[in-house]
Ligand binder design. Structure first.
Ligand code: S3P
Length: 428
């Protein structure tokens, strides 16, 4: 599917974004491990979370739905998971395959987990090696990729130091540690999103944090717990950047998750000169949320690097668009992880900026853009990556002429309704 996006004149609106994808995966997975029913409300409606739900159903977990965004997960404890009769399909979702593998490594059956073409190119050795140190038996394909064949075995606790700041990797190990015998520790090089720690704690699991080191004692069974998912700040990032740059705009995005490990996009935009207000702040189930108000601003270039990267990793494509319109140089470094996302996002950003007439410099671990540069309507290759499609739709709102985004169905991975939202904008 293709979508045409035209230059916007102004955008004023009040709305919500879909439920947070990271928390939605976890609410389903942790609910499945609990010994009793957990109700999840405002569950992310996208395809990635649907992949987690269908994998759990293939493992014998009953998930009762009431509408598209409410689910009751009937957990029966870790031993309630049953051998699947077919390969588990994680679709496009790295979080599904990596967290699920951490759980399945210790279950007393063999399972195969696979996914779509993009997921089958993504690195899985990063989870397989530490799990093997805990006694797991997992076969990968030749390149260290999925499909993964997991032969469940008794896991022993281990002390693990992770080479990359990845919440998927950290969470995989924490889940393996939850079900292993003894005390597992995991240390990450920089703080990645901490939903696993917060949400498991909320379900009565004892996890200790000491700086970047976490300790979990296994085996433990989470207590069932209802969870209301706040809006996804990674989805809010697209309208936020659009509103900062479209003239005469003001948005109020209600009920967005503002966990400090996720708010890098707010910090970066503020640092670029765009004030964003957090109204009505409150915390539910240990996860802070607020309504975000943003108005048009004039942006200046910035540097995004180091410990900021994990806090903004999924928002870098849309921040690259912001950088092209900011005055001065924006440099992104230490972001080599972007090369192993749904697509090589550094290459996809630079290629699509070039298609719109914007020159950028590429590094192995990032890129640099000197702004402001004029954006011209163009044909955009989404590379079937939801965040690339949506970031360049935002670019299309700022560009002269018409922009055609190819392969827009991928937006449904995280933000069904995204292109519908844009149709409410006033055009030039
Ligand atoms: C996620 C972690 C991040 C992020 C992904 C979701 C999660 O990946 O990019 O969209 O839910 O844990 P990494 O942990 O691999 O950086």
């Amino acid at each position: 599917m293709n979508q045409i996006v035209r230059q916007a004149a102004r955008w004023r609106a009040v709305f919500r974004v879909p439920g947070d994808k990271s928390m939605s995966h976890r609410a389903l997975l942790f609910g499945a491990l609990a010994d009793g029913p957990s109700t999840v409300t405002h569950l992310a409606p996208g395809k990635d979370v649907a992949s987690t739900a269908s994998c759990l159903e293939d493992l014998g977990v009953r998930i009762e739905r009431a509408g598209r965004e409410t689910a009751v997960v009937h957990g029966k404890g870790p031993s309630g998971l049953a051998a699947p009769v077919r390969p588990l399909d994680a679709g496009n979702s790295g979080t599904t395959i990596r967290l699920l593998t951490g759980i399945l490594a210790s279950r007393p059956f063999t399972s195969v987990v696979t996914g779509d073409g993009s997921l089958r190119r993504r690195p899985m050795r990063r989870i397989v090696e530490p799990l093997e140190r805990m006694g797991a038996r997992i076969e990968t394909s030749a390149g260290g990729t999925a499909p993964l064949t997991i032969r469940g075995s008794r896991l022993r606790a281990a002390d693990l130091v992770l080479p990359v700041a990845s919440a998927q990797l950290k969470s995989c190990i924490l889940l393996a540690g939850l079900l292993a015998e003894g005390r597992t520790s995991v240390t990450e090089p920089a703080l990645s999103r901490d939903h696993t720690e917060r949400m498991l704690s909320g379900m009565g699991v004892r996890i200790r944090r000491d700086g970047l080191r976490l300790e979990i004692e296994g085996p433990q069974t989470p207590s069932p717990s209802d969870f209301d998912v706040p809006g996804d700040i990674s989805s809010a990032a697209f309208p936020l950047v659009a509103a900062a740059l479209i003239p005469d705009s003001e948005l109020l995005i209600e009920n967005v998750g503002v966990n400090p490990t996720r708010t890098g996009v707010l910090e970066v935009l503020r640092g670029m000169g765009c004030p964003i207000e957090e109204l009505n702040p409150r915390t539910l189930h240990g996860e802070p949320r607020a309504d975000l108000r943003i108005r048009t601003a004039s942006l200046r270039g910035t540097e995004i690097a180091g410990d900021m990267i994990p806090k903004v990793i999924d928002e870098i494509p849309v921040l690259a668009v912001a950088a092209s319109q900011a005055s001065g140089r924006t440099v992104v470094r230490d972001a080599g992880e972007l090369r192993v996302k749904e697509t090589d996002r550094i290459a996809a950003i630079v290629k699509n900026l070039a298609a719109m007439g914007v020159r950028a410099e590429t590094f192995e671990d990032g890129f640099a853009v000197e702004g402001p540069q004029r954006l011209r309507g163009a044909v955009i290759d989404s590379m079937e990556d939801h965040r690339i499609a949506m970031a360049f739709a935002v670019a299309g709102l700022l560009a002269e002429g018409r922009t055609r985004i190819e392969g827009t169905e991928c937006a449904d991975i995280s933000y069904p309704g995204f292109f519908g939202l844009l149709s409410g904008i006033e055009h030039v």
